[in-house]
Write a protein that binds this ligand. Structure first.
Ligand SMILES: O=C(O)CCC(=O)C(=O)O
Length: 258
């Protein structure tokens, strides 16, 4: 059985992260990592930014992400800097996500230094907020900065994890499916031109479908395993915050970025 480790924040152990990196479990799920009331407050602020006259309600994410800037480093770092104000408008000191997520890692990896990734004087984008409305889905894909982000110093990490904080659930759909298939370079044959991979890549793989997620839950996956988010079918958008976490073993350093 390939099932997630689920529990309260105090029940998650360092060995669970080792199991995740080795692909022995598909995910770590921390229920109620944020309180419902905090998620409502954060989502209201996200909606007000989304509806501002500058955005014309077309926005489906807040914050730049590295994968959309693999060859445009300056633009990525510039917009990460510019978006700082927006991030401060959304979160209070109590709900600031890097502090909350880093403290989880710090407790378990006490000998590691943990911070948002930096390169020279530039800070990486700390996280991205995704607003997925009805009809939207994320196709089968993997995330691997070592392969796709070669122009960035960050690509020298040893391991990559993906943290997804759920801020608002949709009534239906928007399930996370993780396949027991670790990406290898030869899988690029199945890559689509725009984004994602043809379903043939996972047709023989065991998988885990996570469908019980609620606002406040934190899900951590090994994003080198193929995964997708099914179509959002409900009226209320699925709002989530994504942060990658990279581990430099020798330097005993953990970094976050989007
Ligand atoms: O929103 C999710 O559940 C998954 C997002 C995703 O594809 C990722 O973190 O790589």
């Amino acid at each position: 059985m390939w099932i997630p480790k689920q529990g309260h924040v105090n029940e998650i152990k360092r060995v669970d992260f080792q199991s995740l990196i080795q692909g022995k479990i598909p995910a770590i799920i921390i229920k109620n990592f944020y309180k419902k009331s905090q998620c409502i407050e954060i989502s209201l602020k996200i909606n007000s930014i989304q509806k501002s006259r500058f955005q014309k309600n077309k926005l489906d994410h807040i914050g730049p992400f590295l994968m959309a800037h693999t060859t445009r480093k300056k633009e990525y770092f510039d917009s990460a800097r510019k978006d700082k104000k927006k991030r401060q408008m959304i979160f209070s000191t109590e709900t600031e996500p890097t502090a909350k997520i880093f403290s989880l890692f710090q407790k378990l990896f006490s000998e590691y230094m943990i911070s948002t990734a930096k390169e020279s004087k530039n800070e990486y984008s700390p996280y991205i907020i995704r607003i997925h409305k009805k009809g939207k889905f994320i196709p089968i894909h993997k995330d691997n900065v070592k392969y796709e982000g070669k122009e960035y110093e960050l690509s020298k990490i040893d391991s990559q994890l993906s943290c997804i904080l759920h801020l608002q659930e949709s009534e239906k759909g928007g399930e996370l499916v993780i396949y027991d298939k670790n990406w290898r370079k030869e899988d690029e044959r199945f890559r689509k031109i725009d984004f994602g991979y043809y379903p043939k890549i996972i047709s023989k793989s065991n998988f885990c479908r996570i469908s019980n997620l609620k606002a406040g839950d934190l899900v951590i996956i090994n994003p080198n395993y193929f995964h997708q988010v099914t179509k959002i079918e409900g009226e209320s958008p699925r709002i989530s915050l994504g942060m990658f976490v990279g581990i430099f073993k020798k330097q005993q350093q953990i970094v976050g970025w989007a």
